[in-house]
Write a protein that binds this ligand. Structure first.
Ligand code: CAA
Ligand code: NAD
Length: 283
């Protein structure tokens, strides 16, 4: 089965990026969100990035127009009725994702693959609410999607070889590199990355150093492109907390306990760059 039409659910920073790379690779894309405002913002971001690509001579004006014509917006999951693939990129919360997958399973055609861009949640558990567990898979893009080469592909316990191969091929068509991992909390990427970010937050919480100093140490000392606190703000502190909670609960090991300062920032609505304040102030 060839994938031609793709629905991306969630027009936030990840969903908009995923929709963009799919449209650029020639797929017909429906970008879905509950909120009109999020759709408008997501689409405006895509237009802005394509305009920049034209200005930099990476693509022509014609291609920009073509890519935008591959992109439609949607506010109802019923629009999945003619999609070959659905990629979910909504909030990192199991209950909310399960609701969406339950509904999607009723709208998407029988042959369609249902993928999640989850950062850490078990694919096998998400698949359990559908009647097609063999066609459910993790397709974990990295932020910012148009720039980062990796897609971590997570096989749930029941994911079929056919589904895996279709998603591996699709990832290559997006000019990304697939890496296969098994279904354990945080997969590989966030099992390794997020404890480092959490530990960086502990160094601030315990007064070892100011955020700027922590970031400077990791940028200049370890050649990371962004310090861990800048990266946490970039990812979203709510997402970082959800991921730490998944690791903590999934492994039952205190080494994954979320730093209380992270929890407090999220309670205050300091979610990082997207809310205007996190470890740093924006705007
Ligand atoms: N969206 C799209 N493109 C972006 C972008 C964004 N948010 N931010 C930067 N870019 C593009 C720029 O347009 C630029 O491209 P052009 O020069 O062709 O226009 C290119 O990236 C480089 O940007 P800059 O020169 O402005 O900045 P930079 O050299 O510092 O690179 C960065 C920016 C690529 C984001 C770099 O800082 C970086 O690699 N940071 C670390 C990113 C990272 O670790 N991502 C993984 C997060 S974890 C995750 O995603 C998994 C999870 O589940 C949480
Ligand atoms: P975000 O907060 O920027 O966007 C989420 C979007 O989903 C919002 O626009 C919201 O309106 C929409 N939404 C929520 N519930 C919905 C529903 N039921 N139907 C349709 N739309 C709905 O979040 P994000 O940073 O883009 O993260 C999305 C997912 O991607 C999460 O699972 C996250 O863990 C994962 N992820 C995030 C990053 C990152 O760096 N931020 C990286 C990789 C994966």
């Amino acid at each position: 089965m060839a994938i031609q039409t793709v629905m991306v659910i969630g027009a936030g920073q990840m969903g908009a990026g995923i929709a963009q790379v799919c449209a650029q690779a020639g797929f017909q894309v429906k970008l879905n969100d509950l909120q009109e405002e999020a759709l408008a913002k997501g689409k405006a971001g895509i237009e802005k990035r394509l305009t920049r690509a034209v200005e930099k001579g990476r693509i022509g004006e014609e291609e920009r127009t073509k890519v935008l014509s591959n992109l439609a917006v949607s506010t109802t999951l019923a629009d999945a009725h003619d999609c070959d693939l659905v990629i979910e990129a909504i909030v990192e919360n199991m209950d909310v994702k399960k609701k969406v997958f339950t509904e999607l399973d009723t709208h998407a055609p029988k042959h369609a693959i249902l993928a999640s861009n989850t950062s850490s949640l078990p694919i096998t558990d998400i698949a359990s609410v559908t009647n097609r567990a063999d066609q459910v898979i993790g397709m974990h893009f990295m932020n910012p999607v148009p720039v980062m080469k990796l897609v971590e592909i997570i096989r749930g316990l029941q994911t079929s070889d056919e589904t895996y191969e279709a998603i591996q091929d699709m990832t290559k068509q997006l000019d990304k590199t697939p890496v296969e991992v098994r279904d354990f909390p945080g997969f590989v990427s966030n099992r390794v990355l997020m404890p480092m970010i959490n530990e960086a937050i502990y160094t601030v919480y315990e007064g070892v150093a100011e955020p700027e100093a922590v970031d400077e140490v990791m940028k200049l000392g370890m050649n990371h492109p962004m310090g861990p606190l800048t990266l946490a703000d970039f990812i979203g502190l709510d997402t970082c907390l959800y991921i730490m909670e998944v690791l903590h609960e999934g492994f039952g090991d205190s080494k994954y306990r979320p730093c209380p300062l992270l929890r407090q920032y999220v309670q205050a609505g300091w979610l990082g760059k997207k809310s205007g304040r996190g470890f740093y102030q924006y705007e």
